[in-house]
Design a protein around this ligand. Structure first.
Ligand SMILES: [Fe+2]
Length: 198
């Protein structure tokens, strides 16, 4: 089975300042994301071991560990590329989607921010596209793996775990979400929309 690896950040740790500090980016990537990679590989190993032994007493715990950690790996990999130090307004498919489905960028920001700020506990705000219908919506992803149905492709994700903002914004989540809008990589979102439609 393929091992998970930690992808490099596509920019320097401090590149997103003043919106997200270099210290947070370093900890978030090198410690948190790395821990999910390790956890995902450990869960895979333990599941293989359970299969070898025919011992499935811990199968539910192992499968939850796998889902949580693979979620952590994939969510962060998407998140890093959803951000950029070189902000540009939505264009192409991203602009079309925001205008056509959400009534424009400003309305979309309100909906997505409400989803982000309403998360109880740890989770993510997600803009996702249903593969079967092409419908798009915002979602609250609980922890790393809950509350979003299969078949939804993530286009834009915002990490609302405390580790993502607390050093910079303490408990003022709204300031973090407002800062996020200055570093969204709309070109990456457009690429994800095009890939999802292809
Ligand atoms: Fe995170």
């Amino acid at each position: 089975m393929a091992e998970f690896t930690l992808p490099d950040l596509p920019y320097d740790y401090a590149a997103l300042e003043p919106h997200i500090s270099g210290r947070i980016m370093e900890l978030h990537h090198d410690k948190h994301h790395a821990t999910y990679v390790k956890g995902a590989n450990t869960a895979l190993e333990q599941l293989a071991e359970a299969r070898d032994k025919g011992d499935f007493a811990n199968i539910n715990k192992l499968e939850k560990d796998l889902a949580f950690n693979v979620g952590g790996v994939n969510n962060h990999s998407i998140f890093w590329t959803n951000l950029t130090p070189d902000y540009a307004d939505p264009a192409g498919s991203a602009k079309d989607l925001l205008d056509g489905e959400f009534g424009g960028l400003e309305n979309f920001k309100k909906q997505f921010s409400a989803a982000a700020l309403g998360i109880q506990g740890s989770g993510w705000a997600v803009l996702g596209r249903d593969n079967a219908t092409g419908n798009v919506s915002t979602f609250q992803l609980y922890d790393q793996q809950g509350n979003v149905p299969f078949g939804v492709t993530p286009l834009l994700m915002l990490d609302m775990w405390e580790h993502a903002f607390y050093l910079d914004y303490v408990n003022v989540k709204a300031d973090y979400v407002n800062a996020f809008w200055n570093i969204v990589n709309w070109a990456n979102v457009a690429e994800r929309i095009d890939a999802a439609k292809a």
